[in-house]
Design a protein around this ligand. Structure first.
Ligand SMILES: [Zn+2]
Length: 92
């Protein structure tokens, strides 16, 4: 899967998540990005960038599939899920 394909899938996931949350502004930005609007695409890319979070519950790493303990640091990527900090850095 090339970069653009996965980006489009993630923007669709972002749009669906925004729709569920009732964030109509974000839904519009995603739709513009999907139509090829560069500015909207940049905005979506910014939101989709992985962010470091402290997870409040036990989760499973999408990279190594091992459990991530509650209240530990993880990297969250919208449309993908959570991964260990070490797994995220070894993925590059
Ligand atoms: Zn992991």
């Amino acid at each position: 899967m090339d970069w653009e394909d996965s980006m489009i899938k993630r923007i669709i996931a972002l749009r669906d998540e925004a729709a569920r949350a009732g964030d109509l502004e974000q839904v519009k930005i995603c739709e513009r990005a999907l139509e090829g609007d560069q500015e909207a695409m940049t905005e979506c890319e910014r939101i989709l960038r992985p962010t470091e979070v402290t997870i409040p519950f036990e989760g499973y790493c999408y990279t190594c599939t091992q459990a991530i303990a509650p209240h530990s640091k993880a990297v969250y990527t919208l449309g993908k899920g959570i991964t260990h900090v070490e797994c995220a850095s070894s993925e590059e």
